[in-house]
Design a protein around this ligand. Sequence first.
Ligand code: FAD
Length: 311
Amino acid sequence: MEIEQWDAIIVGGGSAGLSAALALVRARRRVLVLDAGAPRNGVAAHMHGVLGRDGWSPLTLLETGRGEVRSYGGEVRSAEVTGAVKSDEGFVVSLSDGGRHRGRRMLVATGLRDEMPDIPGLAQHWGTSAVVCPYCDGWEVRDQRIAVLLTEPMSAQQAQLLRQWSPRVTFITDGQDVPDEIRRELVARGIVVEDRAVAGVVTDDTGGLQAIRFTDGTLIDINSIFFRSGVRPNDDLLVRLGAVRDEGPDGAWVRVDATGLTSVPGLWAVGNVVSSSANVPVSMASGSVAGATINGDLIKEEIRAALAQAG
Ligand SMILES: Cc1cc2nc3c(=O)[nH]c(=O)nc-3n(C[C@H](O)[C@H](O)[C@H](O)COP(=O)(O)OP(=O)(O)OC[C@H]3O[C@@H](n4cnc5c(N)ncnc54)[C@H](O)[C@@H]3O)c2cc1C
């Protein structure tokens, strides 16, 4: 099968990848976006904190973005990239359907996977009432009954943060130890610390989240559950291409500079694949910077080629 040639290949068509594509296509570059179609916030009906698009569906945002990239001649295709190798002329990526493409530059914006706490019944509320981000979903549950699950040491801080949105916050320790000082800080701000072991969550007849059930059979009514999910970057392609990772408090993450350039020349990475804290606006911004930087890098290569040809 013939290999198609591109100035830049972008793997992942979420807000990070599409923003990079938009910068590049408007710079008249030949760009291919390959996207498996499962953005991290695809489960959420609404997206918040995105200036000018607050309350939009995340999927509508991406559909609109794909249309914008295509309107300048960019290609956005549904595809899963399974491998990539570096060559003198750039990168060759392979798709699950056997297709291959060559790009002079490559950008990976494949996002991350959230790992939920193992609590029976919780998964069915993921993205609606079982959520991770107070800035994304806190306003919608202001003044309501909010539970915060202890999943890691930073969870107490998340409970303190949620107290900004509601006076009715319960910190669910599920029987785990909480240092005395942290416990005092929580109680001082009116946060209830609940130490009983959790058996599961209760769903009402309409499919909504109703309560937390403890192993002693008792319940507390709640409207939403916040927790810090385990986050795992979808960075296999980057690692296999030799990108260096740095060990951090939440695992190893691929190292990038302020433009998203990895340790591998010609290879960029932006959005949640390299930063667990990047929300939609931050992912867009990092994609936009990377797109412009890739264009600048291509121009440098073109100057070198022009000089070589001029002798
Ligand atoms: C429940 C929930 C609600 C959220 N709500 C908000 C909110 O209200 N406001 C906000 O600002 N942020 C919100 N976020 C955060 C938001 O989801 C992320 O900031 C954003 O999705 C990151 O964009 P991204 O482009 O890096 O990754 P993603 O949006 O996850 O996009 C990555 C894309 O790459 C594709 N991909 C992965 N691997 C491959 C491969 N091998 N080949 C081809 N394609 C691949 C995926 O299918 C996906 O389409 C929320 C997150 C969650 C979990």
